[in-house]
Design a protein around this ligand. Structure first.
Ligand code: AMP
Ligand code: MG
Ligand code: MG
Length: 306
């Protein structure tokens, strides 16, 4: 039965269980305490948790979906993994849904899976564990259509041991929690806490927000939007990559929100696109006037993001 479900629904259901398994690996590595930190570039860290979580997700998905195009942040590495890292069951809630009819004829060749096995690595190494997410995004013909945001340390200070997992499929909606509206009559913007510069700051100042929430990770910032804690996510920098935004954008779109670059153009997530989001990130919640807020961004900022 479940095996007969449409590919997009099966793949989303498998991505939920793989992201949950990766989250457990991330927690276990932190508990053991040897993070194995490597510098990938300026202000760009990788740990054993990033590497292992990616191996878990890619091994799990490729075993079930051979020849599927999967692009992970941590590049190609060995997908020989311990057998208990491979999960092949479906998330029961997702697989029991009715797939929107527009996806019924989608085949493997239309899909690219973007994996950020651990978003918010600098926060992970600094003990800001709530900011960490595992991101699995599915693009169909270049469009971000489905995504999983797993938060392995959600509410862990109150004894939650499993975190939480939010998923979205455009046309079907969001699952894993109930989206909330942010407060009316004010503007709260969320942005980076560890990758700021003069241009990032100039964009924020031009919006004159009532409040700025600086947190780590693209996944966590989009959670801020769909949880109603902020109205907009603004990052006037070339630093984010397609694996950072594919899953969050899909979940945001499924909730009725919008994500573009700082010029107002959508990103494409086909297999041949360049990885950096050179136009920056500008995202707003459902019902918000995206274009009106975007029109406040100074040309000088936009000129830096070409
Ligand atoms: P942030 O909002 O700074 O936590 O960034 C969101 C995502 O984009 C994280 O995965 C970061 O690692 C990545 N990112 C943002 N800016 C940079 C940068 N300058 N260099 C490398 N990665 C970046
Ligand atoms: Mg990331
Ligand atoms: Mg990452």
């Amino acid at each position: 039965m479940a095996q007969n479900a449409p590919l997009v629904l099966r793949l989303l259901a498998s991505s939920v269980t793989a992201a949950n398994r990766a989250g457990k690996i991330i927690r276990d590595i932190m508990t053991r305490g040897d993070l194995g930190i490597v510098d990938k570039g300026v202000n760009d860290l990788q740990t054993e948790a990033d590497r292992s979580a990616q191996r878990c997700i890619i091994a799990s998905l490729s075993q079930q979906y051979p020849d599927l195009t999967i692009i992970g942040e941590e590049g190609a590495n060995s997908y020989e993994v311990p057998s208990d890292w491979i999960v092949t069951d479906y998330d029961k809630t997702v697989i029991s849904k009715d797939c929107p009819h527009e996806y019924l004829s989608i085949t493997k060749d239309d899909i690219v899976v973007w994996v950020d096995p651990l978003d918010g690595t600098s926060e992970y190494t600094q003990g800001l564990l709530e900011h960490v997410t595992v991101l699995v995004g599915l693009s169909i013909k270049g469009k971000p259509i489905a995504g999983v945001i797993h938060q392995p340390y959600y509410d862990y200070k109150n004894g939650n041991l499993l975190g939480r997992t939010i998923w979205g499929l455009v046309g079907m909606g969001v699952g894993g929690f109930i989206p909330q509206d942010p407060p009316a009559g004010k503007l709260i913007v969320t942005t980076t806490r560890s990758h700021s510069d003069g241009t990032v700051q100039k964009a924020l100042e031009a919006l004159s927000p009532d409040e700025i929430i600086r947190v780590g990770g693209a996944g966590y910032k989009v959670l801020m939007l769909i949880e109603g804690k902020a109205h907009a996510y603004v990052f006037a920098s070339k630093g984010c990559k397609k694996w950072d935004t594919c899953a969050p954008e899909a979940v945001l779109l499924a909730s009725g929100g919008k994500l573009t670059d700082m010029h107002g153009f959508p990103y494409s997530y086909g297999k041949d696109v360049q990885h950096p989001n050179v136009g920056g990130v500008f995202a707003t919640v459902k019902g918000f006037d995206h274009e009106k807020l975007l029109s406040k961004i100074p040309q000088e900022v936009k000129d830096k993001l070409k």
